[in-house]
Design a protein around this ligand. Structure first.
Ligand code: SF4
Length: 160
């Protein structure tokens, strides 16, 4: 009973949906029919971007209401959210992860490190940016990008 009372007293915590984000829907995304399964890959980040991705899927930003859902296997995923500069150890796992995803598939580079190596550019353990390793369809700049930016990128994919 106390749980039910808490649910009733808390009410809805999700922020009101912001207007539909501007920007073209990536061509491949039109085949997803408005909903996508999402696999996250940390290719070498400081974990800051992961914290923001976690927030994007919490009850406040609630990315799931726009037709996105996190999955544990790339074989179930339409979209890969990739963070961090790609370290030498993660280059091959990232290639294999993307190759394991069924087509059509999209790769979203999340954060400045994923886009151009950011703070870690030139590091001895860095292979390169995400686009140096796998084709990238969308990029979300920021260090780290705010959850609403990540949600906006996913909404461009689902078109919702
Ligand atoms: S973009 Fe910033 S928060 Fe994200 S992995 Fe790089 S340093 Fe960390």
């Amino acid at each position: 009973m106390s749980l039910l009372r808490k649910i009733r007293d808390t009410g809805r915590v999700a922020e009101p949906a912001p207007p539909e984000p501007k920007g073209e829907q990536p061509p491949a995304a039109k085949q997803f029919g408005g909903s996508v399964q999402v696999r996250c890959v940390d290719a070498g980040s400081c974990n800051g971007c992961e914290i923001e991705i976690t927030a994007a899927f919490n009850p406040v930003y609630d990315a799931e209401r726009y037709g996105t859902r996190l999955v544990a296997s790339p074989r179930h995923a339409d979209v890969a959210l990739v963070t961090g500069p790609v370290t030498r150890n993660m280059a091959e796992p990232l290639r294999r992860t993307v190759a394991a995803m069924p087509e059509p598939r999209l790769v979203v580079a999340v954060g400045d490190c994923a886009i151009d190596c950011g703070e870690f550019a030139g590091g001895y353990g860095v292979e390169g940016a995400v686009s140096d390793v796998v084709p990238v369809d969308l990029a979300v700049p920021g260090c780290p990008p705010e959850p609403d930016k990540i949600v906006a990128a996913l909404r461009r994919v689902t078109g919702r």
